[in-house]
Design a protein around this ligand. Structure first.
Ligand SMILES: NC(=O)c1ccc[n+]([C@@H]2O[C@H](COP(=O)([O-])OP(=O)(O)OC[C@H]3O[C@@H](n4cnc5c(N)ncnc54)[C@H](O)[C@@H]3O)[C@@H](O)[C@H]2O)c1
Length: 249
């Protein structure tokens, strides 16, 4: 029986894209529960701002670079200790457009950040988790990965891919201790990522949500908090919706 009521004291969490938006809310929530946070972001200024306010570590680089990841993991372990929790949150939408209007680079870049990045970070940290026999991984997918948003083909494909990668990894680590791997699929959440999308695309996404509103980063952070807690120990390979009722499967 769990006895910590979701406390994360002593746990070390690395949150990619932690410098703003949903990632920042996750950093703040996990820190409030007692975790030591490594804020991993491309933006040094944002990573430092969030890390400083939480007494955590700013680790700067791109999730697409294996060299950056090796350095960031080393820096995190040196400053905070071995990593118990990974939240693969960094993501980009890429340019909006119909498939025949988009360049190859759009697809490649979106897959690189949204799928290859989480793959590389887990590849770097999972062996240590298996030795320590403990770990919690949450990958931020999207309802786009279940439904396929028009004019967001590369993004939707990348989020379907991370849902499947989550399930594969979850099954691979069974037998190596208390390690779980889950994903979550938010519908549209009010963050700066929306600034890069046409208003018509945002309106379309909100119109599909039965609750008729955007979600808040703090609402996403509370679901992540449960999934990275010691208490979520019989829950793995799942994709949880946080979508105001948009996706019902
Ligand atoms: N906001 C939404 O409506 C929504 C809905 C569903 C899913 N999501 C997903 O949630 C996650 C966070 O979204 P958000 O709205 O907070 O985005 P955001 O654009 O506000 O923040 C993303 C953060 O990731 C960082 N980042 C981008 N590329 C990176 C890289 N290569 N390496 C390291 N850091 C990088 C950025 O610097 C930024 O700080 C994304 O994976 C997104 O796809 C968002």
């Amino acid at each position: 029986m769990a006895d910590n009521f979701f406390r994360l004291d002593g746990k070390v969490a690395i949150v990619t894209g932690g410098g703003q938006g949903i990632g920042e809310a996750i950093c703040r929530r996990l820190a409030a529960a007692g975790a030591k946070i490594a804020v991993f972001d491309l933006s040094q200024a944002n990573a430092e701002k969030v890390a400083k306010s939480l007494g955590g570590a700013a680790v700067v680089g791109s999730v697409t670079s294996e060299t950056d990841i090796a350095r960031v993991v080393k820096e995190t372990e040196a400053k905070l200790g071995p990593i118990d929790i990974i939240v693969n949150n960094a993501g980009i939408t890429g340019k909006a457009g119909k498939t025949w209007e988009l360049e190859r680079e759009v697809m490649v870049n979106v897959l690189d950040v949204n799928v290859v990045g989480p793959f590389l970070l887990c590849k770097a940290i999972l062996p240590g988790m298996m030795v320590r026999k403990y770990g919690r991984i949450v990958n931020i997918a999207s309802v786009a990965g279940k439904e396929g948003n028009p004019t967001m083909g590369p993004y939707s494909a990348s989020k379907a891919a991370i849902i499947a990668l989550t399930k594969s990894m979850a099954k691979e680590v069974v037998g190596h201790g208390d390690i779980t791997v889950n994903s979550i699929s938010p519908a549209v959440i009010h963050t700066p990522i929306l600034d890069g999308l046409p208003q018509s695309t945002v309106d379309y996404m909100v119109s599909r949500i039965p609750m008729g509103r955007t979600g808040k980063p703090e609402e996403v952070a509370s679901l992540v908090h449960f999934l990275v807690s010691g208490e979520a120990s019989f829950t793995t390979a799942q994709c949880y919706d946080i979508s105001g009722g948009r996706s019902t499967y």
